[in-house]
Design a protein around this ligand. Sequence first.
Ligand code: FES
Length: 575
Amino acid sequence: MTKVKRYEDLRSHRWLGPNDLRSFGHRSRLRQGGFDLPDWQGKPVIGIVNTWSDINFCHTHLRARAEEVKRGVLQAGGFPVELPAMSLSEPFVKPSTMLYRNLLAMETEELLRSHPIDGAVLLGGCDKTTPGLIMGAISMGVPAIYVPAGPQLRGNWHGQTLGSGSDAWKYWDEKRAGTITEQDWSEVENGIARSFGTCMVMGTAATMMAIAEACGLSLPGASSIPAADSNHPRMCATAGRRIVDMVWEDLTPDKILTPAAFDNAIRVHMAMGGSTNAIIHVVAMARRAGLKLDMKRFDEISREIPVLANVRPSGKYLMEDFFYAGGLRALMNELRDTLDLDCLTVTGKTIGDNIAGAAIYLPEVIHTLKDPVNTDGATAVLTGNLAPRGCVMKPSAAAKRLHKHRGPVIAFEDYNHMAREVERDDLDVTADHILVLKNGGPIGGPGMPEWGMLPIPKKLVKQGVRDMVRISDARMSGTSYGACILHVAPESFVGGPLAFVQTGDEIEVDVEARRIHLHVSDEELARRKASWVKPEPRYPRGYGALYSAHIGQADDGCDFDFLAPLGVVPEPEIH
Ligand code: FES
């Protein structure tokens, strides 16, 4: 460790060090808590931002894990304090956790700023918690380590492996088609989520945890450790020890999050077959770091890097298998010739140092560049008159015949309209139709819900159809699959071209050419636009109104305009 900070330089010293009335107050209150001078004097104060909650079962273990982090902090000569933050439980928070990602980012930043905190350990993992915590920590700028919650154990039903989300959609369609019984369906419900930890397919949680590690913000290998594995609490204690040294080294996020670090993360995202949601979050994280990241960069890298992780929904296995196969270090070592190995990480060493010697133990789970799982690319960014600012698709999880497709549209004005229509046995629909859902975007949803994997109409499910082209301004769960075109920007609610699509129009999709085209003349589109009535605002007051007034579109990462790094927020005065 190269120590560049003295005790007198620490933020916490401003609260605790001076011999004045204010510091007397702070110290007397620490004594109220049973602490004494040896607990804090000469020591960095480490904030453990914990997204544990009774209603987030992906984070059930984080209450105990915070204690492991504290153990490490104490061992290394720091003073740990736990700071609870909102939990953003993906299954329970409505209308969408995405509505609140930026609120968690603001909470994280202001928790760290307003308290005497010198360094932070961020505990999260359930989808939006990872970007929320990291965005806040970047903006605050103190040294920080992200500790991923880790994936839950494999699901099980009748000896078959079940994957979060992916198998819920699959067996729901089988139930709709009448090929499984109510009893079967109930047993799947019992077996699909067997332990604490995040979704264990390559959903948004697994993707974002891997991206955080690939950026250099987590300890090497941390993101692959199953939540229930004893390696996990050991990793937490190591993070606690390491953050204390990071404070003395003044290893802040801006020294780690360079353009090359983000490129590394995007390469890993592609090789993992990661969630499309990651595009929004990584763009937002880069903006917080003061970097301009265009989502076209994802498209460029997806053409270079094939999918190597044979994990659902693009592959066959689950994150538990990925860990046994060698985990992220093994995958990154396979990618090493494509990565910038000089990028600095929270270890104080480079990515190259961190992945050196990592081996693939199960080649059917982590493939090699010579024998990839899929070369179609994990992300394609399409543009055209329907999506002037772009939209995204996951070719590796879509039926190949739909990569190039032209078909007639069935347009739904909102989610409820869609939900009613797809259950109709007399719906005039074929497998060649294109389903279009409006008002699922950042403001229209609101919060850009994960509606993008529109259900296949019941009539077609019974005929055995399992994929068709579906287009929306919503997002899609990373556990979902299919030819779903998402994040259409600008969204329909603010008058993007999607608002003017009508049933009977034709749309053409060409993934190879990265093109999406609505076959309606410019004159007709202008006519429809002129008669379009702007919808009423979703919220008259409160956080929703603040959100609606300041949220950016998907291609900008859906961050609030006032949270972009426009200037340095002053340190709080201590009076
Ligand atoms: Fe928490 Fe999927 S529900 S990660």
